[in-house]
Design a protein around this ligand. Structure first.
Ligand code: IYR
Length: 255
């Protein structure tokens, strides 16, 4: 049979210590720049408790409207908004402040179509072979398959790469600690930033498309595709499955 965990992307195994062919001769940086960092005061404005409660409810109500949307309108989205939501994502915390993320926003129709062809070719194999009958059955409610129209239609595709290590100006390598969780947190913030401006997306993880998409977009070997977000307004006739969220008492323990 196939692998026991078919959802683990072949290209995404954490090999941040492993040498890629392209960089195997490079040295790792061992200089110590942390000794002369300066500290500045941090004292943001504090909200009164009543206002905190109101703000927490407001933000929850807004985020609770977020849904994974697979039907995206072709209407254009201002580039400035894309810049700002990615700026926001880039405020995420990261291991040793290495900021190990690259966001590639694709609007070129020809490039979007090439991405679609790669994803659909690979996803057809995923659905027919790699995922197996049980996984495909578990996804029935979502009515997904390997045909991904949104990859042509959405005004932007944002591909998020994790940098498994950094490359310094002197070509030495820099360790990117916790790069996968750092980039995952940035992606969460990106989803919140998109929700905040009324745009929709779906967190797509095109299994085993990473290497081909990385080459198509001319990204270096230290970068691995983590997520692909089609971004836009919801289509006029968009639908979503009527899912319910777990109640608080199922997700929060107070000890
Ligand atoms: N990556 C595939 C399959 C898929 C898997 C899960 I888990 C989902 O929640 C949804 C889809 C696809 O994008 O179709």
């Amino acid at each position: 049979g196939g692998p026991t965990r078919p959802w683990v992307d072949q290209d995404l195994q954490d090999d941040s210590e492993a040498m890629s062919k392209e960089h195997e001769d490079d040295e790792w940086d061992d200089s110590d720049k942390g000794e002369n960092v300066t500290y500045v005061p941090y004292s943001p404005e504090r909200l009164p408790e009543e206002q905190m409660v109101r703000a927490s409810k407001r933000f929850y109500a807004s985020m609770n409207q977020r849904r994974s949307v697979r039907f995206i309108s072709p209407e254009p989205v201002p580039w400035e908004v894309i810049e700002n939501v990615v700026r926001t994502a880039g405020t995420a915390p990261s291991g040793a402040h290495t900021e190990p993320w690259t966001f590639v926003a694709v609007s070129d129709p020809d490039m979007k179509h090439r991405i679609r062809l790669i994803v659909e070719e690979e996803e057809e194999v995923n659905y027919r072979q790699r995922m197996g009958a049980k996984w495909v059955k578990d996804l029935a409610a979502f009515r997904t398959n390997w045909i991904k129209e949104y990859l042509d239609v959405a005004p932007y595709l944002i591909l998020i790469f994790k940098q498994t290590y950094g490359i310094l100006p002197d070509n030495k390598k820099r360790t990117h600690y916790y790069n996968e969780i750092s980039v995952s947190i940035a992606c969460g913030i990106l989803l919140a930033a998109l929700q905040n401006v009324g745009l929709v997306t779906v967190t797509s993880t095109p299994l085993n498309c990473g290497p081909k998409l990385r080459k198509l977009l001319q990204r270096p070997a230290n970068e691995k595709l983590l997520l692909l977000l089609p971004v836009g307004y919801p289509a006029k006739d968009a639908t979503v499955p009527d899912l319910k969220r777990k109640p608080l008492h199922d997700i929060l323990l107070r000890i």
